[in-house]
Design a protein around this ligand. Sequence first.
Ligand code: SAM
Ligand code: DTB
Ligand code: SF4
Length: 338
Amino acid sequence: MSQTRADVQALFELPLNDLIYRAQSVHRQHFDANAVQLSTLLSIKTGGCSEDCSYCSQSTRFDTKVDHEPLKSLEDVVNAASIAKQNGATRFCMGAAWRGPKQKDMARVLEMIEAVQSLGLETCATLGLLQPGQAEQLAAAGLDYYNHNLDTAAAYYDNIIHTHSYDDRLRTLREVRGAGIKLCCGGIIGMGETRAHRAALIAELAALEPPPESVPINMLVRVPGTPLAEMPALDPIEFVRSIAVARITLPTAVVRLSAGRTQMPEPLQALCFLAGANSMFYGDKLLTTPNPNVDHDRALFEKLGLRAMLPGESMRRSTATDHDTPMQVVAAQSHIQS
Ligand code: SAM
Ligand code: DTB
Ligand code: SF4
């Protein structure tokens, strides 16, 4: 049974220690608490988008510093995916600044998916709204995940996007599910929404049937030239709470600490992992904005004792559970290592 917005908001109101304890407990029931899934992003078509998403650097409607770049060649995409694999990513996500893919572009996108899959990487694409039949084409090419976000609560959506509706987004999510592709669907925190809106977004994600396998939680990147450029920074603890609430409400989903990590000091990222984030974008760039560099992330993992999740590893139940005492956790882990 899905949780109501009020149930989800009650989680937000918990004392932070209690919230994190619950999130860790749920996390350990479903996952190895120290494994993090690594996805690398590539913008395969950049800028010049017709849509008016207020946060986005790639809309033609806003004066941002992003250069337009047409659809990349297959060779460029394969080179980028090979580097991502060498660096340790298990999933490669191809993003395009489109309202949705035109049929004339589909052939090359399908070749990209096939080529990336044949490198032994999981494939993900985020191409905007899908027309009937397009999800089936993506599935036939071997696409593992489709990313399409609700972005914010239905009640706040009209403050952010006017060129396509919440229902348009829900229709695309149904197309993806109908074609048997796994769903990556989340949102952005820090766009001026209230806590009630954040709770509603998470409740709406959890009410999708079935809920998404992967839930990206983005912190707004305030891109100069966009309508949200001057948005006041969100309190970082509210972001940590959002991760913890997503972890509890979507217990079997991989929760991805997504955009905004360059603005987050290491202790804040560590708190996000403690709150149940178990995926992140890995590689020096997101789509048009920077991400921490790979060496920096490797050092962070070393410091926190985190490891990269293996390909296809998603629902591994740890030998530790929320009922274990801290000493049982240590004993279980030394057993794993020996
Ligand atoms: N055009 C496609 C679409 O809109 O679905 C794919 C690319 S779009 C950039 C993918 C997602 O990136 C958006 O739904 C949004 O959640 C996230 N995103 C884009 N710009 C962002 C920003 N400045 N800060 C945080 N998240 C952002
Ligand atoms: C998602 O939820 N976050 C990623 C991915 N899906 C495609 C994109 C983040 C983009 C951040 C702004 C940029 O680099 O342009
Ligand atoms: Fe940006 Fe995607 Fe919206 Fe286009 S549809 S403006 S690329 S978020």
